[in-house]
Design a protein around this ligand. Structure first.
Ligand code: SF4
Length: 409
């Protein structure tokens, strides 16, 4: 990176919580949720190779059993070892004694009239994380969480108010996807096609676990999602952005949200460590595979970053960055002074970018009624309809007693 073009040096990856973290003990009271067994081996936290080692070295079984187990977990979405009928009964018994299939259990769901559904999951320590199912006629997208809370302290985001409680384990990230596939079976809802790591947390702040989880999601024997349809969104952790392309091929989205360091410092404290010039130079210089483009996320906050001067600065900043721009009108939540931008201002902002050959989309607001829209995760919304509630309860029951396949309900 050129020294002249940057204002400040990028320090090492060490992000101190920008807002006080919720005491970790706060969520650990109460019994372990039914269906979770934290003392056992978490199978969904193991890589394909790790699973093979476990099967051969710990269980004394043949290597090919790992392939069968992997298939039951990620292709057939088995809810229990008993459902894995191609495995010998004594192997299933052995597995149930030392390992567990479930790393999170569905807790509640909140559905907006457009079908966007926020599903909350409970972890072993009673921490609650959220995933959002976003249906569309041509694709279904799942927004997945990577941390309990978030350390980044973006002032417009509800999750930030929790502070960082802890990182999610690999299995806790992957299991959100497996449970959602069971709750929204393909025959009824269409295939889950897209994953966006844009739920609670800064994915690149939980780098190793997120990369391992993404490998399971895109593994051709695993969840089999196309790496062209999987996106990691970051607030701008520069050293992690620089590493990511070497470790995995997926799409990158960067939350920019301001065109001056003064404003970005104020709304995204991460900017004080990696300011706009450092971030933009990184985006200009990282190698992108397969002609991919970076998605620049720009949350429009009324009167803060939505002026035509901002639009003009944004065009200049993005010069030389292979990108498309997602304009996201800010979604309100209680307890902040921010305003949703005027629709005319959003349209004018987009037109300015389009006229200067920037590919700019206004991201349709989805799930706002269920507090499931961007920046709204961390609080409940409208309760779920009865049918979905029954499915969630069935999933909880299946996790607890290993009795039923949810897809059969
Ligand atoms: S916007 Fe993203 S990075 Fe910023 S606080 Fe919220 S969850 Fe964290």
């Amino acid at each position: 990176m050129s020294g002249e073009k940057v204002r400040r040096e990028a320090p090492a990856l060490d992000v101190t919580p920008a807002v006080p973290a919720m005491p970790a003990g706060a969520l650990r009271e109460g019994a372990v949720p039914e269906g979770l067994e934290p003392e056992k081996v978490q199978l969904k936290s193991l890589s394909r190779e790790g699973l093979e080692r476990f099967v051969v070295e710990e269980l004394g079984e043949k290597r090919f059993r790992a392939g069968q187990l992997f298939n039951w977990m990620y292709v057939r979405h088995a809810a229990s070892f008993d459902a894995m009928t191609s495995l010998a009964k004594d192997l299933r018994t052995k597995l149930a004694e030392v390992a567990t299939l479930h790393s999170v259990v569905p807790h509640e769901a909140y559905q907006a009239p457009d079908g966007t559904t926020k599903v909350t999951f409970r972890c072993y320590d009673n921490a609650v994380v959220e995933a959002v199912w976003i249906p569309n006629p041509d694709r279904n997208t799942l927004c997945v969480s990577s941390q309990v809370g978030c350390a980044m302290g973006c002032t417009f985001c509800l999750t930030a108010k929790m502070g960082l409680v802890r990182n999610l384990e690999v299995g806790e990230i992957v299991d959100q996807v497996v449970h959602i596939r069971r709750l929204f079976p393909e025959e009824e809802h269409g295939r889950l096609t897209n994953i966006v790591m844009m739920g609670m947390g800064e994915p690149l702040h939980n780098y190793d676990n997120v990369v391992e989880a993404l490998k399971l999601m895109t593994h051709d024997e695993g969840l089999q999602l196309s790496n062209k349809k999987v996106t990691v969104s970051t607030s701008g952790l520069v050293p992690a952005i620089q590493r990511l392309g070497d470790d995995i091929t997926i799409n990158l989205a960067v939350s920019l949200n301001a065109t001056t360091d003064v404003v970005r410092d104020a709304i995204m404290p991460v900017n004080r460590r990696w300011p706009i010039p450092v971030l933009m130079e990184t985006l200009r210089t990282i190698p992108l595979k397969q002609r991919r483009r970076i998605t620049i996320e720009y949350v429009l906050l009324g009167g803060v970053n939505d002026t035509m001067d901002d639009a003009a600065r944004l065009v200049k900043l993005l010069k030389g960055v292979p990108c498309k721009v997602n304009l996201i009108p800010w979604n309100p939540h209680p307890g902040t002074a921010f305003q949703r931008p005027e629709p005319e201002q959003v349209a004018a902002f987009q037109e300015y970018l389009l006229a200067r050959n920037l590919n700019a989309l206004i991201r349709e607001t989805r799930g706002i009624e269920a507090m499931a829209a961007c920046g709204q995760l961390g609080k409940p919304g409208t309760r779920m309809p009865k049918r979905l509630r029954l499915q969630v309860e069935a999933a909880q029951q299946a996790s607890a007693d290993g009795a039923a396949e949810i897809g059969a309900l």
